[in-house]
Design a protein around this ligand. Structure first.
Ligand SMILES: NC(=O)c1ccc[n+]([C@@H]2O[C@H](COP(=O)([O-])OP(=O)(O)OC[C@H]3O[C@@H](n4cnc5c(N)ncnc54)[C@H](OP(=O)(O)O)[C@@H]3O)[C@@H](O)[C@H]2O)c1
Length: 326
């Protein structure tokens, strides 16, 4: 089969497309014919090996532990499994656990654990579904329960994770304020939009029950000024493709908040109780099926142009998600 192959850490140009053997599914896995795979920031992290913490926590110390990038995909099952049969349309995450290592999705076929897949609802296209798993999972894991009418601000609302947060918060009945670059605000369906180049939301009069923050470009004290007393601040963090240092990237700021969380009531407490990946994917599939989640695709690249797709991702020019289609 054709696959994108990564032998060393480096810029996207180090990726090549090669003929490799089809993977053989292990027990508990099925082979999936990939129809679309997501090109998202975490793929860039593993291709470049930046920040270095990626290499320490599973990517591979000196070179990528497994050679084919990609973690999120949608496609058609090829082999019989316990839950899935040949011909089933599915989507899911090809990696076990976190997404900071190569998962083999940038290929014509990938072997995936059945509990990391879920049926793809009829009428949902492969490209849209492929963009949902890791961004949707991280959003569901971090979005606190929201009362109808809750005031939610999403900073970085037009991006992969922010876009999920806006749509899932609105599906829960929240009133959402979306903050992002003016060139992309028309893509976001929110109750209010704010242009970050002209408006600093931390200086406004509104108070929010939740600030869901992707870029993390404000201090905690500035954020707390606009949080309701019983509100919650969630930081996802965005490394900005290497702009936040070689070692930890944005994870340093996230760890700092986790350390402060026992002392600051508005910070979420660490919890070991998290739904399984299968449950989270099922929830995301339900939202896709009823039209709560409708990711916008900016551009689809062929497998042979994976390097160009990653370079386009880092350009900041995309208006919506980027996928490889096969
Ligand atoms: N996408 C996924 O599947 C996924 C899954 C798990 C974890 N993550 C992690 O989550 C983080 C975010 O990923 P993403 O896919 O959401 O990234 P993204 O698509 O690049 O979105 C980030 C958004 O934040 C905006 N932004 C930048 N600076 C801002 C500011 N000062 N104020 C308001 N908005 C600002 C960006 O706009 P500009 O272009 O103007 O900068 C962009 O629209 C990454 O660190 C990634 O590693 C992503």
């Amino acid at each position: 089969m054709q696959a994108v192959v990564q032998h060393i850490y480096g810029p996207p140009e180090t990726l090549t497309v090669s003929e490799v053997d089809r993977p053989i599914p292990a027990t508990g896995e099925v082979l999936v014919r990939v129809r679309a795979a997501s090109v998202h920031p975490d793929v860039w992290h593993v291709v470049t090996g930046r920040p270095y913490v990626v290499r320490l926590i599973g990517g591979g110390l000196r070179k990528p532990r497994s050679p084919i990038p990609g973690t999120d995909m949608a496609g058609v099952v090829e082999t019989q499994g316990a839950r899935f049969a040949p011909g089933d349309r599915v989507f899911g995450e090809t990696v076990r656990g976190h997404q900071w290592h190569n998962g083999g999705a940038f290929a014509e076929y990938v072997a995936v654990r059945e509990d990391s897949l879920t049926p793809l609802p009829d009428d949902v296209p492969f490209d849209q579904a492929a963009t949902v798993p890791t961004a949707g999972i991280i959003t569901l894991q971090n979005l606190p329960p929201l009362a109808p009418g809750a005031a939610v601000l999403v900073n970085g609302a037009a991006g992969g994770v922010g876009g999920m947060a806006v749509q899932l918060a609105r599906a829960a009945g929240a009133r959402v304020t979306a903050v992002d670059h003016p060139s992309r605000l028309d893509l976001v369906t929110a109750d209010e939009v704010l242009d970050y180049t002209t408006t600093d939301f931390t200086k406004g009069d509104a108070r929010y029950d939740l600030v869901f923050d992707i870029p993390g470009n404000h201090t905690l004290s500035a954020i707390r000024r606009v949080l309701a007393p019983a509100g919650t601040y969630v930081l996802i963090g965005h490394d900005g493709y290497g702009s936040k240092g070689k070692w930890l990237g944005s994870t340093g700021a996230v760890f700092k908040l986790v350390a402060m969380s026992p002392f600051v009531p508005q910070l979420p407490k660490l919890s070991m109780k998290t739904p399984s990946k299968q449950e989270l994917l099922t929830t995301l599939a339900k939202h896709l099926a009823v039209g709560d989640l409708t990711p916008t695709i900016d551009r689809a690249f062929p497998l042979s142009e994976a390097a160009a797709a990653l370079t386009y991702l880092t350009s900041g020019k995309a208006r919506g998600r980027i996928v490889l289609t096969m």
